[in-house]
Design a protein around this ligand. Structure first.
Ligand code: SAM
Length: 221
């Protein structure tokens, strides 16, 4: 007999989850969401608020000082990470969109975290390779082009300190990793391959969390 010791969230239960956390009525997050929604369908790329709260919580608990994210968009994950940083901590945020990151900059300013974040524009892999060899990160959040995740992982892992934590977003692809309905796109294939690679990778300890669209959490050995 398989144990069914998990829960399927419907809209009402998801709303209940969102409303039962500290800071659940964050007006700045709501304003950022409203501004992002004005961009149209791409707004779906913004991480949900409970994922932002999870990032802040994790970064604060780990006392992160040097963080990096790949995939800034309008600044939600950057805001969440920066809010959790230890005193004197910094976040390096990578993206290639001038337009979307202009919104990020203005919201980081409003949140009072602009001074803790360095934004670098350009193709993320090039930006990663340009980081000086001595840069050691203790936290990384990867949320950009899905076919690039594996290359970002390989470029980042040597720059993480032992015990450092890397998170990959969208690792369930809305359930498409199981390919139940026969859909098979390059992004989903890349994520499936990375999920398989990470569980067998002796360089890390990893687990796939069913938070938001699936977060793969890795700790460098
Ligand atoms: C899913 S969004 C990131 C969402 C963001 N983390 C948030 O919390 O709202 C993906 C971002 O990755 C950026 N991106 C995609 N491919 C990229 C690449 N090759 N180099 C740099 N940025 C890239 C896009 O411009 C976009 O802003």
């Amino acid at each position: 007999m398989a144990l069914q010791n998990y829960i399927r969230l419907d809209d009402a239960l998801c709303a209940y989850v969102r409303e039962h956390r500290s800071g659940w009525t964050d007006p700045l997050w709501r304003a950022l969401q409203a501004e992002t929604l004005r961009l149209g369908a791409v707004a779906e790329m913004m991480i949900p608020e409970e994922e932002g709260a999870f990032l802040t919580f994790l970064v604060a608990t780990l006392r992160v000082r040097q963080a990096i994210e790949i995939g800034t968009f309008t600044g939600a994950s950057g805001l969440a990470i920066a809010r959790g940083l230890a005193e004197g901590g910094t976040l390096l945020s990578l993206d290639r969109s001038e337009e979307w990151t202009a919104i990020a900059r203005s919201f980081w300013e409003r949140a009072g975290v602009r001074g803790r974040i360095e934004l670098r524009l350009g193709p993320a892999l090039e930006s990663l390779h340009a980081i000086p060899g001595e840069a050691i990160f203790d936290f990384a959040f990867i949320d950009a082009d899905k076919t690039g995740y594996d290359a970002y992982y390989e470029a980042l892992l040597p720059r993480m300190r032992p015990g450092g934590v890397l998170l990959f977003d969208n690792m369930l692809r809305g359930g498409r990793v199981l390919d139940r309905d026969g859909t098979d796109d390059p992004d989903t294939r890349a994520i499936r391959a990375l999920n398989d690679k990470l569980r067998n990778d002796p360089r890390i300890e990893g687990l796939l969390l069913p938070v938001a669209d699936g977060i793969y959490l890795c700790r460098k050995r």
